[in-house]
Ligand binder design. Sequence first.
Ligand code: VTB
Ligand code: MG
Ligand code: MG
Length: 322
Amino acid sequence: MERSLTMEIVRVTEAAALKSARWMGRGKKEEADDAATSAMRDVFDTIPMNGRVVIGEGEKDEAPMLYIGEELGTGTGPSVDVAVDPLEGTNIVAQGTWNALAVIAIADHKKLLHAPDMYMKKIAVGPEAVGKVDINASTADNLQAVAEAKNKAVEDLVVIVLDRPRHKELIEEIREAGARIKLISDGDVAAAMNTAFDDTGVDLLLGIGGAPEGVLSAVALKCLGGEIQGKLLPKDEAERERCTKMGIVDADKVLYMEDLCGGDDAIFAATGVTDGELLQGVQFKGEKATTETVVMRAKSGTVRFIDGKHSLEKKPNYVIKS
Ligand code: VTB
Ligand code: MG
Ligand code: MG
């Protein structure tokens, strides 16, 4: 993989963020998602790479852009597999709340799990707690292990959980153990990534979210030296077949870092669309816009924060006229 891709993909996530941020608070999640997807698609076309979407917006017949199998880039340069979530948190943008991201992960061919669009049970932690948690252990035991690893009391921990009825029991277990909770409406990629940054105040992500988001989170945490474990949760025979079709032999097995994102290299980039603990969202002022992006590479361990200042006058395609 070429390290020049690291900088190239920042342009892609920035474009998606700039476009979709115009939809903040308008109550239109599909429009926000389409804006991010088409912006991403356009910029990918300018990058010297031989990319193939392995996690994307769906199958060819259901997604006109960034569908699984779609080829990306100018066709010259490194051959890589690409996972995208142009707008991770469509509802977040529609409502104007926290932690919507435009996300891309890139890895060498066959290194990313081809995660079907279904649920995945997850536990994610930052570097200090790597090797200390176990998705099969009790919630109390995992909280205790993370507290010890971080030299904190369990009462000091902050656990992020998607605010869903399916997490009723999990939330009770966390409360019983004494840890604190941040319930989120959406956006568990940001939550997983934030566990690796002390300043965010986020210690763990627990619960059930999207499987594709689990793979994206794994790439981020690989670059950051953190860890996520996952378990696919096929809800019926059709979803089990889908796993088999996507090359997953045992859908019930625990997926560790190496299963989610293999090898020693991968690149991850995320641009904030709305404000979050780690990244500020897009801000507009007249003909100017600003973006904040984190971009990182597993092989070198470099993590960069890139502040973008954009001239909308010179990039008129970013101005949405409603
Ligand atoms: C999950 C989560 C995402 O949507 O996919 C969630 O991983 C969907 O779950 O971060 P529900 O069916 O419970 O809404 C997100 O929150 C946003 O894509
Ligand atoms: Mg999406
Ligand atoms: Mg998503």
